[in-house]
Structure formats: structure tokens, C-alpha cells
Design a protein around this ligand. Structure first.
Ligand SMILES: C[S@@+](CC[C@H](N)C(=O)[O-])C[C@H]1O[C@@H](n2cnc3c(N)ncnc32)[C@H](O)[C@@H]1O
Length: 340
């Protein structure tokens, strides 16, 4: 074959590929990465796969100091009653189900670490987050459904914020005019209040960690990195501001919906949930009854009280105790209640 025929063939092939959106380029790589290059190839030929790879890269980047046993911190919210520590258990439960769930529903989303982990690891096709507190909802709505411009505005507000008492007061006293301002206000409050508590009456951090005062939980770069990672997951996420019971009604007949239920712990008078959340009243009897009637598998978490054990018995939930360390380093049991 003459050189000119080969060149012509090559040109036609390039033209064909370019119509499919595929382009040739040259890159520099280390010989030790030859194998990696082969593995990455398929991800470069398909924009969907490419986005997945970007998600993994963003998630693999080391975030702030992790203090919860080897669990990637994906949520930008510090959440009272947050379940980061339970993520490995929930993943094991999902993997042990006879059929991988299509929909993963988390109707009391809060900091949403569980739903985010499920989406990041593709343990379900789609994750549905629901949260009643409008302040928390402002963050999820923007990250999951906001435009890129809104997200970038939020990221800039965080990155450029001079964290001190006067600026905190200015942000918290102002009425937010845009989705980015509303989400920003929640992020600031969540970072400067003791224990991340957003409910009215929560007290402000004073000395904080290492005497850094209000800045002791302010890691703007880490926050933005986590939020960018969530943006990359958003094709697999939906968020609705509203009541958990509405989500239950929507998915109750879906046998391929798996439920993670982490309500405020207010089933007994001694429970701590009341002062932690703006919305803490839940009809627990109704919650158990409605979930018991759902077609898909359910996992609930609760504190160990007589009232909860009685509800589990009445509605036929299996009970398992999982030991956890409280913020005061005491070990106490949490209940995992499941229904197949
Ligand atoms: C225990 S927290 C969830 C924590 C979450 N699992 C995490 O790891 O961050 C319970 C959440 O339920 C929300 N909530 C309370 N009542 C609700 C309701 N009726 N519908 C939806 N969310 C509700 C609260 O605002 C709070 O964010």
C-alpha cells in the first residue's frame, strides 16, 4: 500500500471518529503507568463513563482529617445524630439483599451521608433524599438541582468568607435573597454552632478546637471539594423538601425501593432528639405501621428504649444492637431494625 493511500485512510478514519465526537491527541505518561492507561481508555471514549471517573477521582482526593473510622466524608454538613459511623453496616445490609435496589429512599436525610455513600458507590440506581427542615433543604436543593452558576456562587461565598464573629453575625442576620445565599447561611450556622445543631436555641461555639474559636470547624477548601463531588453525583440523586410520609406514600408499592430511616429520636420522653432538630416531632407509631406495609426492604435506626422495642415487636421488625461511641466517648447501643 502506498504512503498516500495509508494517509488518506487515516484521514477518513479520523473524520469518521470526529463525527462520533472522538478525537486523537497525544499525551505524556510515565512507563510505570502503561497499564493504567489501558484501564482508563474505555472511560475516555464515553462521556457518561468519563463523568463517573471524575466522580471517583474527586472522592479519592483526601478530604479534611477523617475521624470516623475509614469512611469517606462526603457530606458538607456536620450533623447531630449523623450516621457516618453506620455507613459500613448499611452497605453490608444493601449488599446482602436478594436483589440490588433500584431506588434508595432516605426520607429523613439530614446530613445525608448514607444516601451520598450509596450514590457514590452505585449501590442503587437512584437515591431519593427528603428533608423537612427548609434550612437543610436549601443546601441539598442547590447541590442536587441547582444550576452550575448557583453552585459556583455558593462555592465562591464559602471560599472568600472571612470567618469572624462580625461576618458570621452579618450572614446570620440577613435574609437570604438567592438559593446560594440560603445554602451559605445554613453552612455557616452549621459550622459555628456547637455540635452543628441548627435548631433554634443552639449555642455558638466559643473557644472551639485548639482555641481557634469560630474558625475551628471552618475548612472552606474541604467543603467546596465535597460539594463538587456531590455535584458530580447528581444524575443519581434527587432531593425533595417535604415530609417523610409523602415519600413513603410515593414509594410504598415499589418492591425495588430500599429504605433507610433515621428519624429524630423522640419515640420516648428520655430521648435526646428534641433539642437537636427544628422539626423533631414524628408520629413513630404511624412511621412503623407505614414502613411495615412497604413492599421493599427497610432499615431503621433508633436509640434503645422500651418504647422503640415495643414498636419493633408490634410491627414485626427484626432488632439488632450495634455498639457506638458517643461524642463523650461512652459506648452505647443503637438499634438496627430491619424488615425484608
Ligand atoms: C437523625 S436526623 C438524620 C441524620 C442523617 N441520617 C445523617 O446521617 O445526617 C433526622 C432528620 O429528619 C428531619 N425530619 C424531622 N421530621 C421530618 C419529617 N417529618 N420529614 C422529613 N424530615 C424530617 C430532621 O430535620 C433531621 O434532619
Amino acid at each position: 500500500m502506498s504512503d498516500s493511500t495509508a494517509t488518506e485512510r487515516q484521514r477518513k478514519r479520523s473524520q469518521r471518529l470526529s463525527h462520533q465526537g472522538l478525537h486523537r491527541t497525544s499525551i505524556v505518561f510515565h512507563s510505570g503507568c502503561r497499564e493504567l492507561l489501558q484501564d482508563v481508555k474505555p472511560y475516555l471514549l464515553d462521556p457518561g463513563l468519563g463523568r463517573q471517573l471524575l466522580t471517583l477521582i474527586a472522592l479519592a482526593a483526601p478530604p479534611a482529617p477523617i475521624n470516623v473510622a475509614q469512611v469517606a466524608q462526603l457530606s458538607p454538613l456536620r450533623y447531630p445524630g449523623g450516621k457516618t459511623w453506620l455507613v459500613p453496616e448499611i452497605k453490608a445490609w444493601l449488599r446482602g439483599l436478594p436483589r440490588a435496589p433500584k431506588n434508595f429512599v432516605e426520607p429523613f436525610a439530614g446530613g445525608a451521608i448514607v444516601g451520598l455513600s450509596v450514590a457514590a458507590e452505585q449501590l442503587a440506581e437512584h437515591v431519593w433524599l427528603v428533608e423537612k427542615d427548609p434550612a437543610v433543604a436549601a443546601v441539598w436543593r442547590l447541590l442536587v438541582a441547582g444550576t452550575d452558576a448557583e453552585a459556583e456562587t455558593l462555592f465562591a461565598l464559602i471560599a472568600d468568607f472571612p470567618m469572624d464573629a462580625a461576618n458570621v453575625a452579618r450572614v446570620l442576620d440577613a435574609y437570604p435573597r438567592t438559593p446560594a445565599e440560603a445554602a451559605f447561611k445554613t453552612i455557616v450556622l452549621n459550622r459555628v454552632n456547637r455540635g452543628g445543631i441548627l435548631a433554634p436555641g443552639a449555642s455558638r461555639m466559643k473557644n472551639g478546637e485548639n482555641g481557634r474559636g469560630l474558625r475551628s470547624r471552618w475548612y472552606p477548601e474541604t467543603l467546596v471539594k465535597r460539594m463538587r463531588a456531590i455535584r458530580l453525583l447528581r444524575a443519581r440523586l434527587s432531593f425533595a423538601e417535604g415530609d417523610a410520609f409523602a415519600a413513603i406514600t410515593r414509594f410504598r408499592r415499589d418492591a425495588r425501593a430500599a429504605w433507610f430511616i433515621d428519624p429524630p429520636y423522640t419515640a420516648s420522653r428520655s430521648s435526646a432528639g428534641k433539642r437537636l432538630y427544628t422539626f423533631s416531632e414524628v408520629d413513630h407509631e404511624r412511621l412503623f405501621a407505614e414502613l411495615a406495609a412497604c413492599a421493599g426492604p427497610v432499615l431503621m435506626t433508633y436509640d434503645e428504649t422500651d418504647e422503640v422495642l415495643a414498636l419493633a415487636r408490634r410491627h414485626d421488625f427484626k432488632v439488632r444492637r450495634v455498639p457506638m461511641k458517643t461524642t463523650h466517648h461512652e459506648v452505647k447501643n443503637e438499634l438496627l431494625l430491619t424488615k425484608a
